[in-house]
Design a protein around this ligand. Structure first.
Ligand SMILES: C[S@@+](CC[C@H](N)C(=O)[O-])C[C@H]1O[C@@H](n2cnc3c(N)ncnc32)[C@H](O)[C@@H]1O
Length: 203
């Protein structure tokens, strides 16, 4: 079933009163995908993790709860999501929240051990461009985890596993692996994991 344009706009960029309800709904509706993403992140002590498009912030919360030595940064284009996450994590010194434009990431090269994005790839204007940005901010050997539904929220949009893998490959990621996610939502859901190569070959 096609999602009405008004709701689609909200899941892609929550704002106002409806946005607040959407953020809460997202945390509940996507709990399976978030649990899968957390397992695939395979966090270790002292990991510095970035989540792109954290929405309601449930996954960031789980990442921080997984190990007391982990630091987590979340970035999102939505002012509302950012404001509400800043409130949610105001007492958490290991968390940092940033509002971004959606085109690039305001972080230094090789800053993160792991980067995760759940249900956000549908909204990237330039998927390859964002994956290149993710690769830039990942340290060598760093891990990227992208979770998505085969059918994006926009009517007719498709995110085929083979296409996502080929975009990740084009961005330089290696050892790609995709697993299906069980959810109550219609359509297939996947989580694709890749790694920034340990050694950068000379050009
Ligand atoms: C469908 S929600 C998913 C939220 C959460 N990851 C989840 O699965 O529940 C998409 C989120 O990504 C954010 N977003 C959309 N485009 C973005 C972009 N280019 N960069 C970062 N965040 C983006 C939206 O503001 C929204 O909070």
């Amino acid at each position: 079933m096609a999602i009405p344009k008004r709701v689609l706009k909200q899941v892609g960029h929550p704002s106002g009163l409806t946005g607040r309800i959407i953020l809460r709904m997202l945390n509940r509706a996507n709990s399976n995908m978030n649990a899968h993403a957390l397992a695939e992140l395979d966090v270790s002590d002292h990991d510095n993790v970035l989540e792109v498009g954290f929405g309601g912030g449930a996954l960031m919360s789980d990442i921080l709860a997984a190990r007391t030595s982990i630091r987590a940064t979340g970035c999102d284009i939505s002012k509302l999501a950012v404001r509400s996450a800043r409130r949610r994590f105001s007492m958490e010194k290991r968390a940092r929240i940033d509002q971004i434009s959606g085109k690039d990431l305001p972080y230094s090269d090789a800053q993160f051990a792991k980067v995760v994005g759940v249900n956000v790839i549908y909204f990237w204007q330039d998927i390859l461009g964002m994956l290149l940005e993710i690769s830039r901010v990942l340290e060598r050997g760093g891990r990227v985890v992208i979770c998505y539904s085969e059918y994006g929220p926009k009517e007719g949009s498709e995110f085929k596993m083979s296409e996502i893998e080929s975009q990740l490959r084009a961005a330089g990621f290696v050892d790609l692996r995709t697993t299906p996610i069980t959810t109550s939502e219609a359509g297939n859901h996947y989580c694709t994991v890749g790694f920034k190569p340990d050694t950068i070959l000379a050009e």
